[in-house]
Design a protein around this ligand. Structure first.
Ligand code: GLU
Length: 415
């Protein structure tokens, strides 16, 4: 039976890696559960005058390598297990790119699409007020994730600074530059995903100037559409999707126009010259490179067998189920796993933390060069593990990340 419980999937991945690394029972026990979980509710007065109570979480999965780090999601289907899984994955993600950080995640069960700007601000401030006692620049640093953004971060930072009566911009990352943000953070997740594709093409000889498709057209998807052509020197974007529509054009879309259309109308639907297709069709199109950039469990045993892409660069967290992974591996699809493909975002978040600490800011070129170096190095480290242990890329990335975290736990005398 295919498992759609993301946390069970995440635990299974840790156990598989632990076996390959011969980790002892206590270390495994430590790594398959979050170190700290905080579940809470908070009330917000909505525009209609009624009070609504929101359920929310902040989970600090592991902080052996440094303060917990990871985004905050606003999503109607959020559960404790989605947050646990995402916090778990953040732990290996920061380790795989060798950042001095642990992993965490937070979430509010809410539907931002039905909320006004004022309600979103009230929820953001309510959330950070509740977690203020457990976070901190040296303890846990949140960032955006699904349906949160630099504006959300700014409201939260403002509320936090009011509570602590101190200027502390480094408490959250991916802020606008006017309030302590860094150059290059907004496109960092996509940039990291495309740099991984560039390295994969060098190793495996695939042609990045052929076709590509993007599932999910939020921040990461939109930036990947543009950066793919910029970094790889070509490529034809033939399909994209968001929650409202999936569209296709065999002659290729102009990524800039498509992004403009999305920003103007809020969806990719009705883009001139596009043919609307089924959401599931997008994933199985005949493309060279596929970027899943939406939510968990998009590629499953139901559709994996029909996937024709040669490279999958996972900009989303957890888009592929373990069953689908096995199928893709057998088919010879090169999957660049989420903890590596989407690590560009948290890498530049770390750069933002460093700059906020010094209150001295780098230029865009410096940020991009340092990001490129970190991601390329991580890609090739994972390649080494993959060759040495003859395992598929996700397991190889997990092995690199889990080994580093286990080592830190051991050095601290925890296990
Ligand atoms: N939410 C992003 C992720 O899943 C970024 C996290 C961060 O920058 O802390 O990687």
């Amino acid at each position: 039976m295919e498992s759609y419980n993301s946390f069970k999937v995440a635990q299974q991945q840790v156990m598989e890696s632990a076996k390959l690394l011969n980790l002892d029972q206590a270390t495994i026990e430590l790594l398959i559960y979050p170190q700290r979980e905080f579940k809470f509710t908070f009330p917000v007065r909505m525009d209609d005058g009624k009070v609504k109570v929101f359920h929310a979480w902040r989970i600090q999965y592991n902080y052996a390598r440094g303060p917990a780090k990871g985004g905050i999601r606003f999503h109607p289907e959020e559960t404790v297990d989605t947050i646990r899984a995402l916090a778990c994955w953040m732990t290996w993600k920061t380790a795989v790119v060798d950042l001095p950080l642990g992993g965490g995640k937070g979430g509010v069960c809410c539907d931002p699409k039905t909320m006004s700007e004022r309600e979103l601000e009230a929820v953001s401030r309510g959330y950070i007020r509740a977690i203020a006692p457990i976070i901190g620049i040296e303890r846990d640093i949140p960032a955006p994730d699904v349906y949160t953004n630099p504006q959300t971060m700014t409201w939260m930072m403002d509320e936090y600074e009011t509570i602590v009566n101190n200027h502390q911009p480094g408490i959250l990352t991916d802020k606008p530059q006017q309030v302590g943000g860094t150059e290059g953070r907004r496109d960092a997740t996509a940039r990291g995903g495309v740099i991984n594709v560039r390295e994969a093409c060098k190793v495996y000889g695939f042609d990045p100037t052929k076709t590509y498709a993007i599932q999910g057209f939020g921040n990461a998807g939109q930036r990947a559409a543009l950066l793919h052509q910029e970094i790889l020197g070509g490529g034809k974007l033939i399909a994209v999707s968001d929650s409202r529509a999936a569209i296709f054009n065999p002659d290729g879309f102009d990524p800039k126009e498509l992004v403009m259309h999305k920003l103007k109308t809020g969806t990719v639907k009705n883009f001139p010259g596009a043919k609307e297709i089924q959401h599931n069709e997008l994933l199985t199109l005949d493309v060279e490179i596929l970027y899943p950039a939406a939510l968990e469990n998009a590629i499953t045993s139901q559709n994996a067998d029909n996937i024709k892409a040669k490279i999958i660069s996972e900009l989303a967290n957890g888009p592929t189920t373990p069953e689908a992974d096995i199928i893709l591996n057998k088919k010879g699809v090169h999957v660049i796993p989420d903890i590596l493909a989407s690590a560009g975002g948290v890498t530049v978040s770390y750069f933002e933390m460093v700059q906020d600490k010094y209150s001295y800011f780098w230029d865009e070129e410096q940020v991009q060069q340092r990001l490129d170096k970190k991601i390329s190095k991580a890609y090739h480290t994972v390649q080494e593990a993959l060759r040495e242990k003859k395992i598929h890329p996700r397991l190889a990335a997990m092995v690199v990340g889990v080994a580093r975290v286990a080592e830190a736990c051991k050095l601290r005398g925890w296990v």
